[in-house]
Every structure is written in structure tokens, then in C-alpha cells.
Design a protein around this ligand. Sequence first.
Ligand SMILES: Cc1ncc(COP(=O)(O)O)c(C=O)c1O
Length: 436
Amino acid sequence: MNSPQVPQNAETALAQRLQAHEPLLWRNPALASARHTLAEVAAAHAIGLADIEAADALLRRWGPALVRAFPELAATGGVIESPLIELADARPVTGVEIKGRSLIKADHALPVAGSIKARGGIYEVLAHAEDLAVKSGLIAPGGDPLELVSATARELFAQYTVAVGSTGNLGLSIGVMASALGFHAVVHMSHDAKQWKKDRLRKRGVEVVEHTGDYAAAVAAGRAAAAASDRSYFVDDENSRNLFLGYAVAALRLKNQLAELDIAVDADHPLVAFLPCGVGGAPGGITFGLKHVFGDAAHCYFAEPCASPAMLVRLASNTGPKSVYDIGLDNRTEADGLAVGEASELVYQLVRELVSGVYTVADDALFTALARLRQTSGIEIEPSAAACFAGARWLDETLSDNPNATHLFWTTGGSFVPAEEYEKFYRRGCELLART
Ligand SMILES: Cc1ncc(COP(=O)(O)O)c(C=O)c1O
């Protein structure tokens, strides 16, 4: 693979701009051909399309069992998926004119967990439950997951803990799924986590442990607590291959959704994805999936808050892992889901040559985009998700002026935000808009 990219003085200049909280686009000089890179990643990390397809197959196998646990999934046979929504006039939300088609990938409306974290989180819990049931002799390998929503299975799972560290949304997804199967679920929350997310989990019987530290501290505390028990399984957001694969499945689903809309993706019809990024698992997994499905026709941009550009700092680092604190940022942002100081090293290794670029977003821009989106389309999202819309302004002409391009704004969370919380976000956005 290409090795480090940015000369030292360029890295320093970039650090200065990031320190100044300047919204910017960083183009990835290591971006390489998808085919070549994916082959190298497969050889080095033993991960590829077959693994994504296997994850999709497991999720589909679980469909009837999921319908039993979550009746709201009956209409889709237990498949947890979000719609693609046409954004007829993107300009008021993005602030710039772009040619081609603009679509919202509406993960804010994903059932069960209300965010993109449903994808990886639910896959990892189901894979673990199946594994445990096979090891305990409850089902044979490849057996029917319907048996895993039985009273006998609940008795088994009740003896085990599933734990996670989170800024909120991953905790919701793991907590809801693990407790639905009967596990003792423990969610370690960082200081950024919103109160309503903790309340919602506690109502479901999930144990919520509140930490005064940031996301990395909550993950470390959860990891240590789980390591002390051989009946605890820790979903490790910083290092999990299964979370990554669960997110990557989205690309297979998207391929079918685009085909249903007769939207071509190829060298003459680029697909541009704008992906809010925290530790990197969700946008990284999706990028990995999109590159497998669409190759170089997929252009993936990550969106990070000005105070928390963890993946940008990692991608641009010449000297190995680095956190946003190392360059003098405080990782304080209203985008709670993206408030991460240090990127996942695993995800970095897997996607460092696949990401086209990373842009940073000021918190105010999250609120104005969120308000504009509701005013123009009635869609309500949380601040983290609104980061996707700030990317259009950075596109070069080959993508922004291309009538054949499809722009995909991945709205990653929001439908579970209580109405009174959302109103506060919306009012803040309206006040900012009134001042401009
Ligand atoms: C709403 C929302 N969007 C995006 C992300 C980013 O996902 P990741 O942390 O896997 O990069 C998160 C993470 O919690 C989130 O809650």
C-alpha cells in the first residue's frame, strides 16, 4: 500500500487550520484504485465481499425472529432498512447549487434503533447470540434463529452480559437488541450522551453506566469491566470487524434501491456519498461496501465536527495514531454521535485508500441545515446527521457540475429524538438563519 502521504510541513499547516476550527476539505492523497486496494486489504486483513454477503445472509435469516421481537418489522419480513428519499431541491439545505440528482439515505428512520448504528450494532448482537447458542448446544450451526427468541433461549442469554461503550446511538442499538433477546445489557455512556438516550435505555431494563470522561474513556471502562467476566461480551466500537461488516451490508441494499429507481452508477454516472463520521465504523463500513459494489464510481466523503476531526487527523498523520487532543482541539461538539477524539485504527487500516476526502463542519452549520431540511422537506434529523449536507460545497466541478451524478446525503440519526428535544435544535437553527 502507499505509505504516508502528507509532508511534515503540510501536516503542521493543516493542524493549524484545524486548531482554528476552520471548516475545510481535506482531499486524501492516498486515494487509490478500488480494485487494487480492496485486493490488498483482502490479503492483509482477510476481509472482503463474501464477508459482507455473509453478514447480509445472517440478517435475512434472522428476519422472522426479528419480527417476533419487533412487530413493527412485519411489513419488511424483519429486514431493517431505510428508504431512499428524493431531495428535489437540495440547494436550501446544502447552500450550493449541484447538478445531478440528490437523494437522502434515510438512516435517521431506521427501525428499532433510529440511527445508522442499528446496522452494525444489531448485526453484531445477532451474530454473538447465534454463536453462543451454537456453543451451548441450543441450535446447530446455521440453525433456525426463531429458536433464539424462545423462552429457553432467553433463559440461556439471561446468564450472559452484552456490554458497549458509546456516545449514545450505538448504546441504543446494542441495548435495545441485546435486552430484547434476554441478555443483561450494559451501556457505558460518555459525558456527551443525551439524557433522553439514557432514559430510553433504562426504560427497557438496560443498565446505563454514566462516565464523566469522553467516548474513548467510556469505551475503555466498558472494555475493562467486561474483561473481568467470562460471561460478558464487549462490543468494541474501536476495533470491531462485525460492526464494520454490519454497516457494509448497506451497500448491497443500496445497489438494489438505486436499480429500482433506474439510477445507474458507473464511470460516467458517479455516486457521491456524504457520510457523518465519529470513530469511523459506520462511514468506513459503508465506504468499504460501496467500493466493493461500485468500485471507483463511488466517491466517499466523511463529515466531522470542527472540534472532533478524528479520522481526518488519523488519515493525515505521518507518524501513526493521533487524537484531536494532540493538536489542541477539545472534542466538544453538539454532534454527540461524532464526538470522538481518536479514530478506530482498524477502520483506518481498512479504508485509508478508499476515502476521497474528509470535511469539517462548524456546529452552527449543523443546526441551520437541520432547520432548512425540515422547512423544505418535513424531515427531522439530529445534529450529527446534518453534517452530511455541508459536503456539497466542497465538490470539484467534475462532481458538482455533472448532470449524471447522484449525490447521497446519509442522514444517520434522528427519528427517536423526543419532540421537545428536536424543537430546541430546530429553534436554534431558525435563530441562526434569521441572523444571516
Ligand atoms: C447519528 C450518528 N451519525 C454518525 C455516527 C458515526 O458513526 P461512527 O462512530 O461509527 O463513525 C454516529 C455514531 O454514533 C451517530 O450516532
